[in-house]
Ligand binder design. Sequence first.
Ligand SMILES: NC(=O)C1=CN([C@@H]2O[C@H](COP(=O)(O)OP(=O)(O)OC[C@H]3O[C@@H](n4cnc5c(N)ncnc54)[C@H](OP(=O)(O)O)[C@@H]3O)[C@@H](O)[C@H]2O)C=CC1
Ligand SMILES: N[C@@H](CC=O)C(=O)O
Length: 817
Amino acid sequence: MTQTNTLDQVDFAQNNLEKHSVNVHKFGGSSLATPECIERVIAIIRQHCQLDDIIVVSANGKTTDLLLSLHQLALSGEPLDSSLTLLQEQQSALIFALLNDGNAGRLARELAQDVKQLVAWLAQDPLAFESDILALGEVWSARLLSALLNERICGSYYLDARDFLVINNARECRVDNALSKAHLASRRQGQKLAVITGFICKDETGHSCTLGRNGSDYSATIFASLLSAKNVTLWTDVDGIYSADPRVVPSARKLHRLPNAVAQELGRLGNPVLHKKTLQPLTDNIGGSSHLHVASSFDVKAAATEIGEFGQIARQELSVTHLNDLLLVSCEALKASASAELIARLSPVYSDKKQGQLVILASEQQALTSALAVLGTEVTFTPVSLIAAVGYQVALRLDIYGRFKRALKNDRVLRFVNSEHEHSIIALLPQETTAELLNKVHHEIVKDARHLGLVVAGLGNIGQRFLELLPGQLSRVPALENVHLVGLVSSSKALIHTDGLDVGSALTDFNEQATDYTNQELLGWLKHHPYDEMILVDITPSEAFSFLYDKFFDLGIHVIGANKWAASADTQTYRTLKAKAAKSGSLWLGNTTVGAGLPVNYALDDLLNSGDDIMEISGVFSGTLSWLFEHYNAEKPFSGLLKEALAQGITEPDPREDLSGRDVQRKLLILARAAGFELALEDINCQNLVPKSLQKLSTEAFLQQADELDGYFEQQYQQAKEKNACIRYIARFSLEQGKVKAGVSLEVLADDDAFASLTPCDNIFQIKSLWYQDNPLIIRGPGAGRDVTAGGLHSDLVKACQQLVNKQHQVTLKGIN
Ligand SMILES: NC(=O)C1=CN([C@@H]2O[C@H](COP(=O)(O)OP(=O)(O)OC[C@H]3O[C@@H](n4cnc5c(N)ncnc54)[C@H](OP(=O)(O)O)[C@@H]3O)[C@@H](O)[C@H]2O)C=CC1
Ligand SMILES: N[C@@H](CC=O)C(=O)O
C-alpha cells in the first residue's frame, strides 16, 4: 500500500513533491459553471492533484451553447448584440468573482480582445471559422482556472490543445500520436500544474477542429495515452456508472469497477455518461494501463466508478441499458461486399449482412440515406428500440440469458442478438423501451448482484478456525453468495487483494505473501474499496484495534466483533460509536463477545423487541472459569488446569483476563447495555482472583509463576466443601427499586444450585424480566472454544449479509436531480 502526496499536504515554498506518475483530471462544463462550482474544483485539485498532473477543462457552463447560437445567428444574418453582451457578461462575472484585481484586469482585457476577434469571425465567414469560434469557450475556461491556481495553490500554466494535438482524420477524429506526443512534451513545464483545453485540436494543415460530442472526455483520455498517465478522472455531475440509468431505475446500483470491454459496450449502447470514443485511446494504447474514474465534483466523498482491467469479481458486474430512437434499416445493397466500408464507417449498433440489415441511431438517418443513394437501391427504415444486458462475456452465461428472456416474455421482441465480443445480449423491440420494462429487466438481471467484501483481522486461535469454516459457509449459505474475502490482517502484517483472496488457501497465502502495514494504510484502502458493502470481522483481543471502529463507522464499514473492548468501552466512547454506526448505516454485531456462540445477545434483543423489560441477568459468563471450577477438586494443582484451558483455546490470550474477573465484568457490561441500561465498568464490582504479585508480569512470566495461585484456590475449595458447597465465579446484575446493582465475584454455592453443576466450560445465563419473572429464561451451553466462537462469528456474518444483500442505497445525482 503506497500513500501519495496531494497538494494540500505539501508546503509549496519548499516543495519537494515526489511524483509517482502523471494523472489526468477532467472537469466538465457543469463542474465549472459558477464561481461556487469553480471553488469546489479548486478544493478537489488541492486534495487530489500532484504537481505535473494535467487538468483538462470544458467550457464554463453553457458557454459552448451560447457560442453555437451566435454562430447560427450569424449564419442566418440575425442581430448578435444581445447574445454577445450576455456571453461577455457571463465570462466577466466569473473572472471578477474569482480572481484578484490584477489578474482579473488582465483576463478581462484578453477576453475583450477575443470578443473582438469573435465579432470579426462572425462577420467575415462564420462557417469557415466555426471551430475557432467554438474553441473560445475552452480557452477562456482554461485561462481562468490556470490564473486561479496560480493565485491560490501553485504554479500553473494553461495550454491550448491546438498547439500540440494534431488529428489526421477529421471525420473519425484519429490522432497523430507521434507528432502530438512530441509537441506536448516540448510544451510542458516541470513542477507546475497544466490546465489544458478539452474538446479542441488542429488538423494537419493547422486549422482548428473539435472532437465532437463528449469531446473533452475524449481529450482527457487522449492526453492520458500520450503521457502514459496512471489515472484519468472525469469529474462530472454524477458520481459514477450505474447498473441502469438511475433517473429511470431507482434501484440501480453503482458499479464500482468495470472492465474496459464492458465499459466500451455500455458507451456503445447508450450509457449517458460514457461515450464510445472516450475509452478508445486507453484501450488502443497497447501496454498502457491507465484506469478511468468517473467521479462527482459535487460530492467528492462519494465512491467513484473505476474502469480498467480487473480480475474475476469485477467481471461479474451486470447492467442494463437501453436506446430508443433507433432505426432498423433494411436494404438489399447492404448484403453486397461493397457495403462493408460503409458499415464500418457508420459503426452501427447492430448489423446483419446476410439479411441486409443495420440498426442505427435515428439521428444518423440522413447520412445513411445519402450514402445508400449512391448504390441506388430501395431502403426501408423501421423505428425500433433496444434493451440490453451488459456484462463481461454475458452472452455466454446461460443463466443470465434465461433471465433476460424471461423478463421479456410478455413483450414483443423482434430478435435477440449477441454483440461481437459477447459482452451484451440485445433485444430489438418494435416499440419504445419504457421505464416499466427497463425496471423489470433490471430487477431480473441485477437483483442479486451486490458484492460484499470481507476483511478478517486477527488470525490466531479463533481467527484461524473462522477461516477454516469460511469456504464451506460460502458455498452453502445463499446469503453469502456474493461475499468475497479481500483482506487478512494480523498485528503487523496484512494481505489485501482487491480482486479477492483464494478462500481455500488464504492462511497459507497470508503466511507467504503478507507485508507490513500501518493502520493509516489499512484505512486508506478501506476508504476506496470497490465493494457495495465492506464487512470487517475483528477477532483480535486488541484494545488498540478497537480504537479504529470510530474510523470504520465513519467509512460505513460494518463490524462484527469477537473483541470485547469497543462494546465495553467507557460510556461516552460507546455512545459515540453507536451513534456513528447508526448515522452511517454501519452494522455492528457482537454476538460472540458474550457466551461465544450462545445466542444470548440475540435473546435480549428479542425480549426488548417483544416489549419486555429486563430486571435481572445473572450466571456463569466465563467458559474458562466454568471449566476450571467444574474440574477443580484440589487433587491436581489449579495452575496446571489453567495451562490446560489455555492450550484448549478457551482462555483469553492472557488467562489473567479471565482470572482477574475483567473478562466477566466486560461481558456483564455488554449484556446490561444490550438490555437497555447505561452503565460503565466502574459500576460493576469486580473481584480479582490474581494476586498482586502476579498482576504486572508478562504473560510468559505469569505462566511460569502460576503455581502461586494454587494455595489460595485449594483453601477456597476445602472451605466450601466442608459446607457441602462449591466455588463458582458468578456475575449478577439486577434492578432493585430503580437502582442498578452489578458485580462479579467468586461465590460459595450450594452443590444443588442452578449455577453449580454445569458441564465444564458451559456458561449459564439466567434472565428475569416482565414476561419471565417467576420462571426465568435460561440459556446454557459451551461459552468458549474455537468451534462455538468461530461458528458464532459465522452466524453474525450471515445475519449481516442477509440484511446487506438487499439494502437499497439512495442514489443522489447532484447536478442532475
Ligand atoms: N477463546 C474463546 O473462546 C473466545 C474468544 N473471544 C475473543 O476472540 C478474540 C481472539 O481471541 P484468540 O483467537 O484466542 O486470540 P489469539 O491471541 O490467538 O489471536 C489474536 C490475533 O489477533 C491479532 N492481533 C493482535 N493485535 C492486533 C492488532 N492491533 N491489529 C490487528 N491484529 C491484531 C494477532 O496478531 P499477531 O499474530 O500478529 O499477534 C493474532 O492474529 C479475543 O478478543 C477474545 O476475547 C470471544 C469469544 C470466545
Ligand atoms: N476467555 C473467554 C472466552 C470467551 O469470551 C471465556 O473463557 O469465556
